[in-house]
Design a protein around this ligand. Structure first.
Ligand code: KG4
Length: 338
């Protein structure tokens, strides 16, 4: 009999459900919430309400696309945290109710483990996966970490941001340039035809493998303020160069520590994950760095970089194989470390 896992993700502003059978992806349905666009960021209360509206149709659609009846499910995996508490409550409560109703095990998943394990989502039987131990550069709207993945359940944070995440640097700088939220994809697009060396922004000098992005953000703001005093339409006239230079600096900051981590650990496999790993510049730069260092790069499919339930289902599947079931009384967590 196949092990069929339903994954549920509701940590931020995407409601998602996915079904995997023996590690093979059968469906991955994502309902993104447009309601936040007008506010320039995610409004937690609106996110919770949208999750409540979306969760039943999204789960039904994931089961339908997978050709699976709910009675066929072996277990239900859900994101327990980190994320927005109200949003997490919707997915958590739904998963608990469904698992209770079907009398099947419940599997709680750390959202960050999901991002890291997304490289193990198989869409074909012969798809290759990273070899342990490997390093993951986990870069999203809320996290920037270098994680040593020793096995599917043992992970060690080697370094992380002491202030803003890389995604926040993209989004906040995009906001002051008047770009819509989330700004990362817009900067990515505009940077394609800009000069990455035109502007210089400050880079942090932190020991070990930690990151910092708040200094870059401040130096970006100062450049904008100073130049706009001379030229009212400065942002409009220079948007491509601004985006390209900003993206270039973020990539330099990310890669410097990644390179150090690869050398330090001697790993042969290097992966990236999280929303910012959708960035074309980041993807190319990591690929190049790995080629130069003679290690294998694992660049995820773009649909697995942002929040999705397929990664929750695969992380849950591994927990199922290890008999690590979740207690029904576990509450969601806003903040969890790896
Ligand atoms: O992983 P994710 O979907 O949500 C979190 O769990 O945080 O990441 C969202 C972040 C946002 O900051 C967004 O701007 C960024 O990922 N992002 C990008 C790109 N696509 C998404 N940043 C740069 N370039 C992109 N193409």
């Amino acid at each position: 009999m196949k092990t069929i896992i339903l994954g549920i993700e509701s940590s931020c502003d995407d409601t998602s459900a996915a079904v995997i059978a023996d590690g093979l992806l059968l469906s991955n349905v994502i309902a993104s919430q447009k309601v936040h666009e007008a506010y320039g960021g995610v409004v937690p209360e609106l996110a919770s309400r949208a999750h409540q509206q979306n969760i039943v149709p999204v789960v039904s659609e994931a089961l339908r696309q997978a050709g699976v009846r709910k009675e066929d499910l072996s277990a239900i995996a859900y994101t327990r945290g980190p994320g927005l508490l109200g949003s997490l409550h919707v997915g958590t409560s739904f998963a608990k109710g469904m698992a209770l109703g079907l009398n099947i095990p419940l599997l709680d998943v750390n959202h960050l483990h999901g991002h890291i394990l997304s490289h193990f989502i198989r869409e074909t039987e012969d798809q290759e996966v990273p070899e342990f131990p490997f390093i993951t550069l986990l870069v999203s709207g809320g996290n920037s970490q270098i994680v040593l993945v020793k096995s599917r359940s043992e992970m060690e944070i080697l370094g992380q941001t002491i202030d803003d995440a890389a995604g926040e640097a993209f989004d906040k700088c995009a906001k002051v340039m008047g770009l819509p939220y989330p700004g990362g994809p817009h900067i990515d697009r505009l940077a394609q035809s800009g000069d990455p060396k035109r502007f210089r922004f400050s880079k942090p000098h932190l020991p070990a493998l930690d990151y910092s992005f708040s200094g870059l953000k401040t130096s970006f703001l100062y450049t904008l303020r100073d130049e706009s005093k001379k030229d009212q339409d400065f942002v409009k006239n220079n948007i491509n160069d601004l985006c390209a230079s900003l993206q270039h600096t973020i990539i330099e900051i990310l890669l410097e520590k990644l390179k150090q981590a690869i050398r330090q650990t001697g790993v042969r496999h290097v992966a990236i994950g999280g929303g910012v790993s959708a960035n074309s510049g980041v993807r190319d730069a990591v690929e190049r760095l790995c080629t130069n260092l003679g290690v294998r790069a694992w660049i995820p499919k773009r649909s697995f970089t942002t929040d999705n339930a397929a990664m929750v289902a695969i992380a849950g599947y591994f927990k199922y194989l290890d008999d690590e079931y979740s207690d029904i009384s576990l509450p969601p967590f806003a903040r969890v470390t790896v």
